[in-house]
Design a protein around this ligand. Sequence first.
Ligand code: ACM
Length: 691
Amino acid sequence: MKVFDYLLPKPVTVIPQPGALRITPAFTVGLKGAPGKRTCAGVSRFLARLAGRTGLSFLNHKPLHEPLPETCSFVISNRRQGKLALGEDESYRLEIGPKQAVLQAETDLGVLRGLETILQLLTADQDGPFFPAVRITDQPRFPWRGLLIDCARHFQPVEVIKRNLDGMAAVKLNVLHWHLTDDQGFRVESKVFPRLHQEGAAGAYYTQEQIREVINYADLRGIRVVPEFDLPGHTSSWVLGYPELASAPGPHHPEIGFGVKDTLLNPAREETYTFLAAFFQEMAALFPDEYIHIGGDENNGRQWLANPEIQAFMRAHGLPDTHALQTYFNRRLLAILTRLQKKMVGWDEILAAALPTSTVVIQAWRSKERLWQAAKMGYRGILSHGYYLDLMQPAAFHYQNDPLAPAEGAPADELTPEQQQLVLGGEAAMWTEFISPETIDARLWPRAAAIAERLWSPPAHCTPEHLDRRLARVSLHLEELGLTHEKNYPMMLRRLCGQWAIEPLQTLVDLCEPVKNYERAIQCPDATIYSPLTRVVDAAPTEAKAARRFHQLVRRYLSTLEQDPTVEASNTQAGENESLWREIKAQLTVWHKNHTALEPIIKSAPLLHEIRSLSAALARIAGLGLDILALWAKQQNNEPLTLDPTFFQQLKQALAAAAKPRGQVELVVVPAIAELVETLWQKLNAGPGRN
Ligand code: ACM
């Protein structure tokens, strides 16, 4: 693969040119047009990263301003400063020649996007670092490319948000959806209603100064910040300090568990709206973005149905059910937001014809159909269904999910071009019931980058070939920004072992993944915000690359067995077959012996007890795999064979036992071993040495 093939997200057009722009200490950046604080700060970060990767000390650490010398290595121009708002121009053109690179954009947002592209092109050979010559034109497919971070279930300190904003900027995501309030915590300081954060956050909240700091940090990276205040459900933290907002009598207790809770704000009391008007006035001044997210999801209606005052209110207003009451509540909220010159975003539950299409954006999380349904009703929308990163699906799963392609199994009832225009983009989502500041980066990256490409690049460019290699390269660049997705893994394994030597544990955990979808929550119904997130399941890779590599090895080996032995190249094939066989045998031998090495560590490591039987199961199936390989070798050598049918039964049982999750982790190498042993067993039974 060429360096251009690694660009992520893929630009609209990339035309390689002959030659390269060599980078020396004399490298200079010059600014033309209307550079502002975003361009200047962006160029400073660019130069620092360039210096960090090349090891060069540049003579000019700061950009030059007009009039620029002809020798300027990298000329950047933007016509105006962008407005950090939905739909602003983010396009850019990048032309790199042997003497000079030129980055042109309408706005400084386009400049920032182009700077990330050129940094991805940085390469080196024996003569030193260079940018390959190229012509690139680029612009996003969708204007809303977001990442939701839930800071309520597990508070994520400012440093976590900042480093992830850097990660977002690196892959051209442009909206931080900051989920600030939920049952488990009210994470933003309110000066108007201080008991919200004082009673509702157990001390873990962002001060308004920190909020402004994050917004400024995001702005300098061309990222909008859309806050979410989830209403009327998910509000247990609100009613601790202000019980008069509640639909049910107290006493109210801090919510430390997960799942859908009953607490709902009381939509029948006028005081609720007076409170929310004052609250949103404060928040509208704090958050400059035009959009405020009001949540609206998972209202189970129970407290409304159980409250006679609310029931009477519904009858008096002709509201037949709790959805109609929620729509009433949303209309009141919308009136408040509109007075504050804000528009509303809400989860797809809020979809109702009684809301105006001009000021409400629907975020579809339950299905893609909800997004399309919204578009057909005239609402703008964003897709999050299929982009929930906390559900531990592989990058390729998220990557294939296109907002404008019909969902699998759904009728291909196309959206009209006008309806397609209403689809603004999508958001990756990181819910943090089981995610700590220590694990969040590994659950976000590099998979969020796959979603970033889906939302930026033309759909025809989004082909899955080489996605893993491309993400692996992006991962290196993300580490340079301070993200901890790679480096926390060995640290967590050290803590699990209680010692420096982690090799046997890593050998096992490299082959494990956390259980997927909502399985962890189902298996741990008693989990709370205080449950430790330092277990094997927390350290385990989201995508176990070692297991995948072994599966590829097995497939390659098995394919050599299918080839015709009479063809001329049979000697080469036999050689390849032999070396793959040896490689597989060596790998299975390591796994077979691993339990003996891990067992003494497990004894004195309480957090490892839950995976003891998993470790034993790996040793067992690897051992059975070695037995089959030995039988196969015998048959190849025409030695007499006895095939005991109960052996295969044992093998099937061992594989089934190994496939069962322990401690919410799965041994994902099991299917590869199963494919190997089952195929070889069939061949043995069909083969000549059989008796
Ligand atoms: C959601 O996941 N409840 C929006």
